[in-house]
Design a protein around this ligand. Structure first.
Ligand code: ADP
Ligand code: ADP
Length: 232
């Protein structure tokens, strides 16, 4: 589903170049929940941002569902990016819009006709368990509910891949578990491939099948979660 081929990203910082990602190659399989773990600064978010075209690799190629996104033209990239949904640590909701309006937003941008997009948004509200909260504003929701809105919005255009950037790091343990269960349901029920980054081992252990451990821009370990996190 996702082929990451010898990807590097170098930033030109104030104190010279920063090699954020160094020659990483990975294959993420269709339908799996793949985790990337590592300390802050390891290069996880840079890699994730390259997967949805928010950053351009300095070197290498990324192929998603048979299409190279690192070599796509801007007009193509926009279409390719609809295959990919993303959720964030701090939710990134529109604060002056209601739950339903937040979910409608990506459908409006994609040009889905009004009636269809309202039906779709309501279906997504049910999917993430927010029935009755359609007209609430984000400030009236708990952290877990806000992330449910984020998930619904990310799924609006029926992506094949869902990228999760520290999606539970701002949540308490119980809420984290409920969001991880929802992500598992979405993976199994809708067949969506999930890639998540986190610095928390229990998140990986709870829902991922495979994991890459990142350190200083490199993948230093890769394998089944049970193998990587079991002491020899
Ligand atoms: P992680 O997500 O694992 O915490 P990041 O991908 O955010 O790691 O960062 C990897 C390295 O790249 C760090 O040294 C960080 O300071 C640097 N970096 C990230 N984004 C930028 C940027 N826009 N400009 C310069 N350096 C950056
Ligand atoms: P719009 O006018 O399009 O409805 P908003 O003014 O609600 O958009 O928000 C614009 C951006 O600013 C959004 O991406 C949102 O995440 C951010 N933002 C707005 N209010 C807040 C807030 N109180 N805290 C954090 N981020 C906010």
């Amino acid at each position: 589903m996702i082929e990451i081929q010898q990807i590097s990203k170098t930033y030109n910082g104030k104190n010279g170049q920063v090699h954020a990602v160094k020659n990483v190659s990975l294959t993420i399989r269709k339908g799996e929940i793949f985790g990337m773990i590592g300390y802050s600064g390891a290069g996880k978010s840079t890699l994730l941002r390259m997967l949805n075209g928010l950053e351009t690799p300095t070197d290498g190629e990324i192929v998603i569902d048979g299409v190279s996104i690192s070599k796509s033209k801007a007009s193509h990239l926009r279409k390719e990016r609809q295959k990919i949904g993303m959720i964030f640590q701090h939710f990134n909701l529109l604060w002056s819009r209601t739950v339903l309006e937040n979910i409608l937003f990506p459908l409006e941008i994609a040009g889905v006709p009004k009636k269809q997009r309202v039906d779709r948004a309501k279906e997504l509200v049910r999917l993430v368990g927010l029935e009755g909260r359609e007209n609430a504003y984000p400030s009236e929701l708990s952290g877990g509910q806000k992330q449910r809105v984020g998930i619904a919005r990310a799924l609006a255009n029926e992506p094949k891949v869902l990228l999760c950037d520290e999606a539970t790091s701002a949540l308490d343990p119980e809420t984290t578990d409920s969001i991880l269960s929802l992500l598992t349901d979405i993976n199994r029920g809708l067949g969506i491939t999930i890639v998540l980054i986190t610095h928390e081992m229990h998140v990986i252990q709870k829902i991922c099948q495979r994991v890459a451990v990142m350190e200083n821009g490199e993948v230093v370990e890769l394998g089944a979660v049970l193998d990587v996190f079991t002491n020899p």
